[in-house]
Ligand binder design. Structure first.
Ligand code: ADP
Ligand code: MG
Length: 339
């Protein structure tokens, strides 16, 4: 009998892996924005056409790439962010797996333009089916522009799974907001089919929240601030009167990374308890900072679910921080003593 096992060619392996990282245009938006943040950009522009199905482009003024790095960046497991297994427990960057660009290059046509400040000219690279198809020097600004065109052009079955343009654009806006909210010191803009959707000047967190969620929050944000040896919590909650009938404006960030956590959401909800009507949802944008060794962000491909070393402590701190912030709205005064 003949042996039947063979190694998959790289482009097929990349396409399979891409299924986890790049599910829709918004996944590419998240990855490209995070790369721009990691590159130290102070200005990040996002351009989408056709809800990202035709084009997702991110232009940053970050540190750029060398000619060789510009090609290497699209290899699987190619990263400049970790080099040692121990680094996994001290991650300070948004990316670290070196999978995003490889995944994008496996399922879309990519055009990269990049230049470092120390280089005279930049480099322009095009990639299709995981292979560099063109490379030439180019005159360009310092920083990087990555354009992802025709997502899933080579995987029609996946392309057919994409939702309507309004639905996909909504996902894109969600991802854009999650990154923009975490980095108020960076200018962000979003243009969709030539129309400007967001233009966010750099400023304070409070200003950024109001820019994104609307002026009606400007006098309605309550500051949350609690610093302990174990973790810091800063951010804002909406005054109880701003609670809405629909869930929506609720954001948790752990070490500046947006996360979803029903458990921590419960901690906030319980702090609001009697102050808001049943079945209504308060606004919050809370930033939890703690030693990266206390969280595992490597449990989910999109890194939106994470594991805390000690979830109960985090819950207790979140609840008490929000309670303190809301004390002024409480009918029964909160007693604050330690046993
Ligand atoms: P990761 O972010 O996990 O390292 P990516 O596939 O997203 O993996 O990117 C691979 C590498 O390409 C990064 O580690 C970085 O060195 C480089 N890179 C990607 N995007 C940019 C950018 N906008 N500016 C500068 N370098 C970038
Ligand atoms: Mg990345």
């Amino acid at each position: 009998m003949q042996d039947i096992i063979q190694l998959l060619p790289d482009n097929i392996a990349n396409q399979i892996a891409a299924g986890e990282v790049i599910q829709r245009p918004a996944s590419a938006v998240k990855e490209l924005l995070e790369n721009a943040v990691d590159a130290g950009a102070t200005q990040i522009k996002l351009i989408v056409n056709d809800a990202g199905k035709a084009l997702v482009q991110v232009i940053d003024n970050g540190k750029g790439m060398s000619e060789l790095d510009a090609r290497m960046a699209f290899e699987r497991h190619a990263t400049s962010k970790i080099s040692h297994i121990d680094d996994l427990f001290q991650i300070k960057t948004m990316g670290f797996r070196g999978e995003a660009l490889a995944s994008i290059a496996a399922v879309a046509q990519v055009e990269l333009k990049t230049k470092r400040a120390i280089d005279e000219v930049g480099v322009f690279v095009t990639i299709e089916n995981s292979k560099v198809t063109q490379q030439e020097p180019v005159a360009t600004e310092n920083g990087t522009s990555i354009a992802m065109k025709n997502l899933f052009f080579n995987v029609p079955a996946r392309r057919n799974f994409l939702k309507s343009n309004p639905a996909e654009l909504k996902h894109i806006i969600d991802e854009f907001i999650r990154v923009a909210m975490a980095f108020p010191e960076i200018f962000f803009s979003l243009t969709s089919n030539g129309q400007q959707v967001f233009h966010l000047e750099k400023g304070t967190l409070k200003q950024r929240i109001v820019q994104i969620l609307g002026n009606n929050y400007s006098a309605k944000l309550v500051s949350v601030q609690e610093r302990t040896d174990y973790l810091d919590i800063i951010g804002f909650v909406g005054k109880p009167e701003t609670a809405k009938k629909t869930r929506g404006d609720q954001y948790f960030f752990v070490n500046n990374r947006f996360i979803k956590s029903a458990y921590l959401n419960h901690a906030v909800m319980s702090a609001f308890a009697e102050m808001i009507p049943k079945d209504s949802f308060p606004m919050y944008a809370l930033f939890i900072d703690l030693d990266p060794a206390q969280v595992d962000i490597n449990v989910h491909p999109t890194k939106q679910e994470i594991k805390f070393e000690d979830e109960k402590i985090v819950y207790a701190f979140v609840q008490s921080a929000v309670k303190h912030a809301l004390a002024q709205f409480s009918i029964t005064p909160t007693l604050d003593f330690e046993l």
